[in-house]
Design a protein around this ligand. Sequence first.
Ligand code: SAH
Ligand code: MG
Length: 197
Amino acid sequence: MKETILEMEKYAKEYNVPIMEKESIKFIMNYIKLNNVKKILEIGTAIGYSGILMVSAAEGVELTTIERDEKRYMEAVKNVKKCGLEKQIEIVFQDAHEVNLIGRSYDLILIDAAKAQNIKFFEKFSHYLNPNGVIICDNINFHGLVGNRDDTMSKNLNSLVAKIEDFIVFLKSNKEYTTKFYDKGDGLSVSYKNKDE
Ligand code: SAH
Ligand code: MG
């Protein structure tokens, strides 16, 4: 397991797979332990790195994780097998926009897919959140570019960062959820559903 994790880190570097930074995944693993998280949904599996670590954070954790890229999906399947976690990790090879999870619910939802789609994913998957659950999003600082856009950036990058800034505004102004932002790794948001009064 430890060796597979190291191999995945090496693979990610070599093939430019944007796996989560150590500080961020440690923060999430700690959250899982402290809050008795059992069911997790992840949007954006990549090669299974964050998924495998989340499931290893505590006993009895189960994960459903979604990936649309075939090569990465195949890599993730291989890595999950290597760690003997096939029973705890279900990898769905599909575009997250098309996935239907009716009847399911989760204690933690990790959104770590296409950053321009964060609002859409938040709105779609928040319906599957348990009452005391949280929605965590990665790359909220996007390499320090969020809040620091300028004209030297390419148009694509500028519009991507602008979408992350829109997402932050969306979270801050959301009346149903309270969000805390953490400067861990590339930046995390943690959103809790407000209790009805
Ligand atoms: N959570 C992973 C890293 C995910 S990288 C880790 O830390 O180990 C983001 C992944 O999201 C990419 O592999 C990309 O293919 C996938 N992705 C992006 N948009 C998606 C979508 N609409 N549906 C499913 N997967 C998506
Ligand atoms: Mg990420």
